[in-house]
Design a protein around this ligand. Structure first.
Ligand SMILES: CC(C)(COP(=O)(O)OP(=O)(O)OC[C@H]1O[C@@H](n2cnc3c(N)ncnc32)[C@H](O)[C@@H]1OP(=O)(O)O)[C@@H](O)C(=O)NCCC(=O)NCCS
Length: 156
């Protein structure tokens, strides 16, 4: 888990030491609540990590939250995060009947838009600077927006 936690330290480390950062990660209730997934090569080297949370259903559809997407600094720009997210979403769709994926983006939206995510409307945005985005089949989008308007997804 230390290798997983350290992937995003340059962005989320807030200038604290490695030891302190790892302590915070180990004690994070948020990190314990989710299920971590990694993209690894055939030798087991870790290339990307993502955390997933099973969320309350939206419009009765199984809904998964994704977060803390990170690739080690030296390995960025090679498509690993895109590949990790595509594989993860495909697996969850196939094996867990997930129909809606939510995330809060704190990077430029185009990275997630390329993977098919769309920003939720302003009225549904519930968390500071991070932009809530969703992915679902096109024919579900209206239904999901109505459900999100009734019960805006909270930050996870
Ligand atoms: C964002 C991140 C996960 C992308 O990982 P990656 O393995 O390099 O991703 P990919 O190679 O699949 O895609 C790279 C694309 O991401 C884009 N990207 C990277 N950082 C970005 C940022 N801050 N804002 C927008 N796009 C970004 C790159 O510009 C690149 O686009 P390009 O192909 O047009 O040049 C990685 O930069 C990272 O770990 N960042 C630190 C943690 C973080 O901010 N995570 C996102 C939380 S919402």
């Amino acid at each position: 888990m230390e290798a997983v936690y350290l992937m995003g330290r340059d962005v989320w480390g807030d200038g604290c030491t490695k030891t302190e950062y790892l302590r915070q990660c180990r004690e994070s209730r948020k990190y314990r609540r989710g299920r971590w997934h990694v993209l690894a090569d055939s030798d087991g080297a870790l290339m990307c990590s993502v955390i997933a949370y099973l969320l309350p259903r939206l419009a009765g559809r199984v809904t998964l939250g994704l977060g803390s997407v990170a690739t080690p600094l030296a390995l960025r720009g090679r498509g690993y995060a895109s590949q990790a997210l595509k594989c993860l979403m495909s697996g969850y769709r196939q094996y867990c009947r997930v129909e809606v994926f939510l995330l809060f983006a704190d990077i430029e939206l185009r990275f997630y838009q390329r993977l098919g995510f769309m920003p939720l409307p302003e009225a549904v945005q519930s968390y500071g600077d991070a932009v809530g985005m969703a992915y679902c089949a096109p024919d579900l989008w209206e239904e999901i927006l109505r459900a999100a308007a009734e019960q805006p997804p909270g930050y996870f």
